[in-house]
Design a protein around this ligand. Structure first.
Ligand code: ATP
Ligand code: MG
Length: 223
Protein backbone atom coordinates (compact mmCIF):
# COMPACT_ATOMS: atom_id res chain seq x y z
CA UNK A 1 0.00 0.00 0.00
CA UNK A 2 2.77 2.41 1.01
CA UNK A 3 6.50 1.97 0.51
CA UNK A 4 9.06 4.58 1.37
CA UNK A 5 12.78 4.09 0.85
CA UNK A 6 15.17 6.68 2.18
CA UNK A 7 12.71 9.54 1.78
CA UNK A 8 13.83 13.07 2.61
CA UNK A 9 11.70 16.18 2.37
CA UNK A 10 13.33 19.57 2.34
CA UNK A 11 11.11 22.64 1.96
CA UNK A 12 12.28 25.50 -0.28
CA UNK A 13 13.38 27.53 2.77
CA UNK A 14 15.80 24.76 3.70
CA UNK A 15 13.78 23.10 6.48
CA UNK A 16 14.53 19.37 6.56
CA UNK A 17 11.04 18.20 7.49
CA UNK A 18 11.65 14.47 6.94
CA UNK A 19 14.86 12.48 6.98
CA UNK A 20 15.53 8.97 5.76
CA UNK A 21 11.99 7.67 6.10
CA UNK A 22 11.59 3.95 5.43
CA UNK A 23 8.12 2.49 5.60
CA UNK A 24 6.15 -0.49 4.46
CA UNK A 25 2.46 -0.29 5.24
CA UNK A 26 0.21 -3.10 4.11
CA UNK A 27 -3.44 -2.91 3.00
CA UNK A 28 -5.91 -2.88 5.86
CA UNK A 29 -3.44 -1.65 8.47
CA UNK A 30 -4.23 1.09 10.92
CA UNK A 31 -1.25 3.26 11.71
CA UNK A 32 -1.02 5.99 14.31
CA UNK A 33 1.59 8.66 13.76
CA UNK A 34 2.55 10.48 16.91
CA UNK A 35 5.25 13.02 17.67
CA UNK A 36 5.75 16.58 18.88
CA UNK A 37 4.58 19.67 17.05
CA UNK A 38 6.80 20.37 14.05
CA UNK A 39 8.19 16.82 13.92
CA UNK A 40 6.94 16.15 10.39
CA UNK A 41 3.61 14.31 10.74
CA UNK A 42 1.59 16.52 8.40
CA UNK A 43 4.51 16.65 5.97
CA UNK A 44 4.47 12.86 5.77
CA UNK A 45 0.76 12.80 4.96
CA UNK A 46 1.30 15.51 2.33
CA UNK A 47 3.87 13.34 0.60
CA UNK A 48 1.38 10.48 0.53
CA UNK A 49 -1.23 12.72 -1.03
CA UNK A 50 1.15 14.19 -3.61
CA UNK A 51 0.87 17.66 -2.11
CA UNK A 52 4.63 17.64 -1.56
CA UNK A 53 7.32 15.50 -3.17
CA UNK A 54 10.37 13.77 -1.78
CA UNK A 55 13.61 15.64 -2.32
CA UNK A 56 15.49 12.34 -2.12
CA UNK A 57 14.51 8.68 -1.97
CA UNK A 58 11.48 6.92 -3.39
CA UNK A 59 7.88 6.72 -2.32
CA UNK A 60 5.13 4.53 -3.74
CA UNK A 61 1.46 4.76 -2.87
CA UNK A 62 -0.71 1.90 -4.13
CA UNK A 63 2.04 1.00 -6.55
CA UNK A 64 2.35 4.50 -7.93
CA UNK A 65 5.64 6.35 -7.70
CA UNK A 66 4.97 9.75 -6.14
CA UNK A 67 7.03 11.99 -8.38
CA UNK A 68 6.48 15.55 -9.51
CA UNK A 69 4.83 16.22 -12.85
CA UNK A 70 2.53 13.21 -12.98
CA UNK A 71 -0.51 15.32 -12.28
CA UNK A 72 -3.01 13.14 -14.13
CA UNK A 73 -1.91 9.92 -12.43
CA UNK A 74 -1.81 11.61 -9.05
CA UNK A 75 -5.33 12.94 -9.51
CA UNK A 76 -6.43 9.43 -10.36
CA UNK A 77 -4.70 8.05 -7.28
CA UNK A 78 -6.37 10.67 -5.11
CA UNK A 79 -9.77 9.25 -6.04
CA UNK A 80 -8.78 6.23 -3.95
CA UNK A 81 -7.76 8.34 -0.98
CA UNK A 82 -10.02 9.85 1.65
CA UNK A 83 -8.27 12.83 3.19
CA UNK A 84 -9.32 14.32 6.51
CA UNK A 85 -7.21 17.49 6.69
CA UNK A 86 -7.99 20.61 8.66
CA UNK A 87 -7.31 22.73 5.59
CA UNK A 88 -9.90 20.90 3.47
CA UNK A 89 -12.67 22.69 5.23
CA UNK A 90 -16.32 21.96 4.99
CA UNK A 91 -18.36 24.29 2.85
CA UNK A 92 -20.46 26.72 4.86
CA UNK A 93 -23.99 27.36 3.73
CA UNK A 94 -24.32 23.73 2.67
CA UNK A 95 -25.77 20.89 4.69
CA UNK A 96 -23.86 17.98 6.14
CA UNK A 97 -25.36 15.77 3.42
CA UNK A 98 -24.37 18.17 0.64
CA UNK A 99 -20.82 18.37 1.96
CA UNK A 100 -20.49 14.59 1.91
CA UNK A 101 -21.98 14.48 -1.60
CA UNK A 102 -19.46 17.07 -2.80
CA UNK A 103 -16.67 14.82 -1.64
CA UNK A 104 -17.84 12.19 -4.13
CA UNK A 105 -18.16 14.49 -7.12
CA UNK A 106 -15.43 13.17 -9.34
CA UNK A 107 -15.70 9.47 -8.62
CA UNK A 108 -18.10 8.67 -11.44
CA UNK A 109 -20.63 7.05 -9.12
CA UNK A 110 -24.27 6.98 -10.24
CA UNK A 111 -26.24 9.74 -8.41
CA UNK A 112 -28.52 7.29 -6.67
CA UNK A 113 -25.58 5.34 -5.27
CA UNK A 114 -23.89 8.58 -4.24
CA UNK A 115 -26.92 9.53 -2.20
CA UNK A 116 -27.03 6.13 -0.52
CA UNK A 117 -23.32 6.19 0.29
CA UNK A 118 -23.53 9.73 1.65
CA UNK A 119 -26.42 8.77 3.87
CA UNK A 120 -24.71 5.59 5.10
CA UNK A 121 -21.53 7.47 5.92
CA UNK A 122 -23.43 10.06 7.95
CA UNK A 123 -25.23 7.27 9.80
CA UNK A 124 -21.87 5.62 10.52
CA UNK A 125 -20.55 8.76 12.17
CA UNK A 126 -23.76 9.18 14.18
CA UNK A 127 -25.10 12.21 12.35
CA UNK A 128 -28.31 10.80 10.95
CA UNK A 129 -30.30 13.55 12.57
CA UNK A 130 -28.03 16.34 11.36
CA UNK A 131 -27.95 15.47 7.66
CA UNK A 132 -30.04 18.49 6.70
CA UNK A 133 -28.26 20.91 9.04
CA UNK A 134 -25.96 23.55 7.63
CA UNK A 135 -22.43 22.66 8.68
CA UNK A 136 -21.74 26.04 10.28
CA UNK A 137 -24.51 25.30 12.78
CA UNK A 138 -22.88 22.06 13.92
CA UNK A 139 -20.53 21.73 16.88
CA UNK A 140 -16.83 21.33 16.22
CA UNK A 141 -16.96 17.62 16.96
CA UNK A 142 -19.92 17.19 14.64
CA UNK A 143 -18.05 19.07 11.91
CA UNK A 144 -15.09 16.73 12.38
CA UNK A 145 -17.48 13.83 11.94
CA UNK A 146 -18.90 15.33 8.73
CA UNK A 147 -15.31 15.57 7.43
CA UNK A 148 -14.82 11.90 8.26
CA UNK A 149 -18.12 10.95 6.64
CA UNK A 150 -17.01 12.84 3.53
CA UNK A 151 -13.82 10.78 3.47
CA UNK A 152 -15.39 7.37 4.13
CA UNK A 153 -18.30 7.87 1.72
CA UNK A 154 -15.74 7.76 -1.06
CA UNK A 155 -14.97 4.15 -0.05
CA UNK A 156 -11.29 4.93 -0.24
CA UNK A 157 -8.54 2.34 -0.15
CA UNK A 158 -6.57 4.73 2.04
CA UNK A 159 -7.69 7.26 4.64
CA UNK A 160 -5.26 9.96 5.69
CA UNK A 161 -6.46 11.78 8.78
CA UNK A 162 -4.45 14.68 10.15
CA UNK A 163 -5.24 15.34 13.82
CA UNK A 164 -8.88 14.28 13.47
CA UNK A 165 -9.29 14.46 17.24
CA UNK A 166 -7.81 17.95 17.56
CA UNK A 167 -9.78 20.25 19.86
CA UNK A 168 -12.18 17.53 20.92
CA UNK A 169 -12.89 16.35 24.44
CA UNK A 170 -11.90 12.83 25.39
CA UNK A 171 -15.29 11.29 24.71
CA UNK A 172 -15.67 12.81 21.25
CA UNK A 173 -12.07 12.06 20.40
CA UNK A 174 -12.50 8.39 21.32
CA UNK A 175 -15.65 8.32 19.27
CA UNK A 176 -13.77 9.60 16.20
CA UNK A 177 -11.03 7.01 16.65
CA UNK A 178 -13.63 4.26 16.90
CA UNK A 179 -15.27 5.38 13.68
CA UNK A 180 -11.91 5.38 11.91
CA UNK A 181 -11.13 1.94 13.30
CA UNK A 182 -14.36 0.51 12.03
CA UNK A 183 -13.58 1.32 8.41
CA UNK A 184 -10.99 -1.42 8.63
CA UNK A 185 -13.93 -3.73 7.94
CA UNK A 186 -13.86 -2.65 4.31
CA UNK A 187 -10.10 -3.32 4.14
CA UNK A 188 -9.25 0.34 4.12
CA UNK A 189 -5.79 1.37 5.27
CA UNK A 190 -5.93 4.21 7.78
CA UNK A 191 -3.18 6.60 8.83
CA UNK A 192 -4.00 8.91 11.71
CA UNK A 193 -1.73 11.59 13.14
CA UNK A 194 -2.39 12.63 16.69
CA UNK A 195 -0.95 14.47 19.66
CA UNK A 196 -3.35 12.68 21.93
CA UNK A 197 -1.19 9.70 22.85
CA UNK A 198 -3.18 9.19 26.05
CA UNK A 199 -6.09 8.09 23.88
CA UNK A 200 -4.05 5.30 22.34
CA UNK A 201 -3.39 3.27 25.47
CA UNK A 202 -6.07 0.64 25.04
CA UNK A 203 -5.75 0.33 21.27
CA UNK A 204 -4.79 -3.20 20.29
CA UNK A 205 -5.03 -3.69 16.56
CA UNK A 206 -2.92 -0.82 15.30
CA UNK A 207 0.69 0.05 14.57
CA UNK A 208 2.45 3.07 15.96
CA UNK A 209 5.01 5.33 14.36
CA UNK A 210 6.72 8.00 16.35
CA UNK A 211 8.13 10.94 14.42
CA UNK A 212 10.84 12.94 16.09
CA UNK A 213 12.52 15.85 14.35
CA UNK A 214 11.78 14.40 10.90
CA UNK A 215 12.91 10.85 11.66
CA UNK A 216 10.68 7.89 12.33
CA UNK A 217 11.00 5.55 15.20
CA UNK A 218 8.81 2.52 14.83
CA UNK A 219 6.90 1.50 17.87
CA UNK A 220 4.28 -1.06 18.68
CA UNK A 221 3.33 -4.28 17.03
CA UNK A 222 3.08 -5.46 13.49
CA UNK A 223 6.51 -4.43 12.25
N1 ATP B 1 5.48 24.72 3.49
C1 ATP B 1 6.49 24.70 4.37
N2 ATP B 1 7.61 25.42 4.15
C2 ATP B 1 8.64 25.40 5.02
N3 ATP B 1 8.65 24.68 6.16
C3 ATP B 1 7.55 23.95 6.43
C4 ATP B 1 6.42 23.93 5.56
N4 ATP B 1 5.47 23.11 6.10
C5 ATP B 1 6.01 22.66 7.24
N5 ATP B 1 7.25 23.15 7.44
C6 ATP B 1 8.18 22.85 8.56
O1 ATP B 1 8.43 21.44 8.51
C7 ATP B 1 8.52 20.91 9.82
C8 ATP B 1 7.46 19.81 9.98
O2 ATP B 1 6.17 20.40 9.94
P1 ATP B 1 4.83 19.54 10.01
O3 ATP B 1 3.71 20.45 9.74
O4 ATP B 1 4.99 18.35 9.16
O5 ATP B 1 4.85 19.10 11.55
P2 ATP B 1 3.74 18.33 12.40
O6 ATP B 1 4.41 17.17 13.04
O7 ATP B 1 2.54 18.07 11.57
O8 ATP B 1 3.39 19.41 13.53
P3 ATP B 1 1.99 19.66 14.31
O9 ATP B 1 1.89 18.56 15.32
O10 ATP B 1 2.20 20.99 14.95
O11 ATP B 1 0.89 19.65 13.30
C9 ATP B 1 8.32 22.08 10.76
O12 ATP B 1 9.59 22.55 11.13
C10 ATP B 1 7.60 23.11 9.92
O13 ATP B 1 7.84 24.40 10.36
MG1 MG C 1 0.56 18.70 11.66
Amino acid sequence: MIRANGVYLRYPDGTEALKDINLHIKPGEIVYITGPSGSGKTSLLKLLLGMEFATLGSLEVMGMPMVKGKTASINKLRRKIGPVFQEFKLIDGRTAFENVMMGMRFLGMPPRKMKDEAKNALIKVGLEEKMASKVENLSWGQQQRVAIARAIARKPALILADEPTGNLDQENAMNILKILHNVKDINTTVLITTHATHLLDGIEDANFLHVDNGSIRVEGKGW
